[in-house]
Ligand binder design. Sequence first.
Ligand code: AMP
Length: 418
Amino acid sequence: MHDVLPVDQPTWDVIREAATSLAAFYRFSRIQTPVMEHISVFQKSEGEGTDLMEKEMYSLKTKGGDLLALRPEGTPPVMRAYLQHSLSRLGQPQKLFYMEPMFRHDNPQLGRYRQFTQIGFEIIGGLNDPAYDAQVILIASHLLKDSKVKGASLRINSVGCRVCRPNYKKALSAYYKNHEKELCADCQNRLKDNPLRLLDCKREQCQPFKEKAPNFLDKLCAGCMGHLKEVLEYLDEMQQPYRLDNTLVRGLDYYSRTVFEFAVEGKGSEVGALAGGGRFDYLAETMGGKPAPAIGFAASFERIADALRLQETKISPKPVRRVFVAHAGSLAKRKAFKVLESLRLSGIPAAEAMSRESLKAQLKAADKEGAVVAVIIGQKEIYEETVIVRDLTNGLQETVPAPRMLEEIRKRLKASSG
Ligand code: AMP
């Protein structure tokens, strides 16, 4: 787990702004769920034999004997909330958006943290419409571009439905059974528990088998094939490039039909997938609700920020034209304190270095802040009910009556912007 320091905030702000403005445009409503859920929320949805369930979940037993888990991902909690609060009644589909910390007991490495903040977009309910698959994919693409990630490419696949997936699983198991002895230990287990995950293996020794494995697309039923074709047509229409990748299965059991991931090539590729998602048409039923088709994706601030760092994209704080409030003497300090508050009430960005007593040191701080105007108050100004307004860009200053201070500041801020 890690700290997100002040120096990291400009990058986080850009990512947050990208996510929230996409949510606002596409009409996704924010949802917040607790960091902990009953473990069954994840057990029911993710399926046995997944790394998330078996190795990565932080779980605990409460004094009352409940088994809870820190959420490793957002989709099951969001679906739990959708069902529990009958959100379908508010209109269909429900478009939901979250930005929440997730927890996975993984090996910490570049792009992989034990606590990370996921941005998720989910569309739940209504029709199983390929247009929504395409919309969610485009939102993921926009999120990365608007966060200033360069060159993210899309891989897409279909993992079928209840009708065709069992056939594919059978064909895959039969194929891998012939190579069982040559597989890594993890894959030997996957062959028993979750054959689809065989295609996820990153180990060198298992790669040759992956290449010759049966292709999901050959086993898709007509419904799933038609769905995929339509999604791809929307993407073509929007000139969103993609690569069909039959090894993309995205481990979790709840996915059906469309699955996709975005990653960058070259610099930044070390972090892995920057965003990933898919359709989860059966999750509502699996969790005990009425059937509700759904599609979504998630990405994390951390992984996007790591990719930006590797791509050497520097994000600086947005420049703000500020007014610096300076004082000379202790009485003037009180007045300056009040002036700062009046600037806040007037919506004028300001700064101060109140703990510095010398005017020279304060003006040095103003320079460091990049302030464009200073308001200076000394003994004489208190007595005369005036303030000094100094243009920090050229050093020219003027004494103005206190009631005219705001007007004068606004004039100078405006002049400095032009
Ligand atoms: P997943 O739920 O594993 O498909 O992850 C979806 C997205 O969440 C990934 O594409 C990453 O952006 C992010 N993510 C997943 N695991 C981590 C992690 N351990 N640390 C940081 N980001 C992560």
